[in-house]
Design a protein around this ligand. Structure first.
Ligand SMILES: Nc1ncnc2c1ncn2[C@@H]1O[C@H](COP(=O)(O)OP(=O)(O)OP(=O)(O)O)[C@@H](O)[C@H]1O
Length: 279
């Protein structure tokens, strides 16, 4: 595993994406250090989802490149993420409704064992179900949901389903975990628990967090990259971002456009940000 001080684990370098005439991303660069929680924020339409999709391999950048441990990743495809030690959760959780929670998580481990990157499972044949199940149970236990192992996702409350999706990503022991709006649909209490979970992940993985909820971003991220109209307008620690005039201007502009009556500071209250909708 890469250690701190060895340079970025992951880098986006000069990425531009156009959809027809729309410039969704323009010369975007960012670096995620090992064991860092790196937030990506920005007003509506800033390009966050497009950037997440580039990093997941769903969208090919027209220009620029992605680098993992210093090496360029060419033409990243979604199914190759696992082999690179990258796992993700999406807004639509993508759980298999006819499989138990345990089986859903085992699918994550099994898929990644085949890709040859599950560090704790290296050397396993993918038929070694007992060890996969033990590993899956261990991660469910860490997230406090082992008691749901035999249940089916459809019968569970949404916050539990979200944890199942997170367990499925974590079971692979990724070096980089990509989270797309993990707080959407959660109550304040659940969000604060999520914050604790994310903060606790850094011993084992770096996290790139795309998120609307400012309280969560400010409390868990070591560094934040701010997009506006597809460009990086600021990057730094939460304190630097909170006080950055360009960031304030971008959020205030967005807030005025979307809510003429809003009087709340856009970078300190979740009320001032739009909620992402889960599929
Ligand atoms: N498939 C697409 N085709 C055309 N334009 C697109 C497409 N996807 C995104 N865009 C445009 O690219 C820009 C960036 O969109 P994106 O969804 O990445 O922003 P975002 O920051 O995730 O927004 P939000 O916070 O509202 O989800 C917007 O102008 C959007 O309309």
């Amino acid at each position: 595993m890469q250690m701190p001080g060895e340079g970025p684990l992951f880098a986006v370098e000069g990425v531009s994406v156009r959809f027809g005439g729309v410039r969704a991303l323009e010369d975007v660069s960012l670096e995620v250090a090992p064991h860092e929680v790196h937030g990506v924020i920005g007003p509506n339409g800033a390009g966050k989802t497009t950037l997440f999709n580039v990093v997941c391999g769903f969208v090919s950048p027209g220009e620029g490149e992605l680098r993992l441990r210093g090496k360029t990743i060419d033409a990243l495809r979604p199914h190759q993420l696992a082999g690179h030690g990258i796992a993700r959760t999406l807004q639509g959780l993508g759980l298999f409704e006819k499989m138990t929670v345990l089986d859903n998580v085992m699918v994550g481990a099994d898929r990644l064992a085949r890709a040859g990157f599950v560090r704790g499972l290296l050397g396993l044949g993918h038929r070694d179900d007992a060890r996969l199940a033990a590993k899956a149970r261990e991660v469910l236990g860490e997230l406090g949901i082992e008691s749901y192992a035999a249940r089916y996702p459809g019968s569970l409350p949404y916050p539990i389903r979200k944890k199942v999706a997170l367990a499925r990503a974590l079971v692979a022991e990724p070096e980089l975990l990509l989270l797309d709006e993990p707080a959407s649909g959660l109550s304040a209490e659940e969000m604060s628990e999520l914050g604790e979970i994310i903060a606790g992940l850094t011993e084992r993985t770096a996290v790139m967090l795309v998120e609307h909820h400012m309280d969560l971003v400010m409390s868990v991220c070591h560094r934040i990259t701010v997009l506006d109209f597809g460009r990086v307008i600021a990057a730094g620690t939460p304190d630097e971002i909170r006080n950055d005039p360009a960031v304030l201007a971008a959020y205030l502009g967005d807030q005025v456009e979307h809510d003429d009556n809003a009087e709340v500071h856009p970078l300190v209250s979740t009320n001032a940000t739009a909620d992402g909708e889960d599929a």
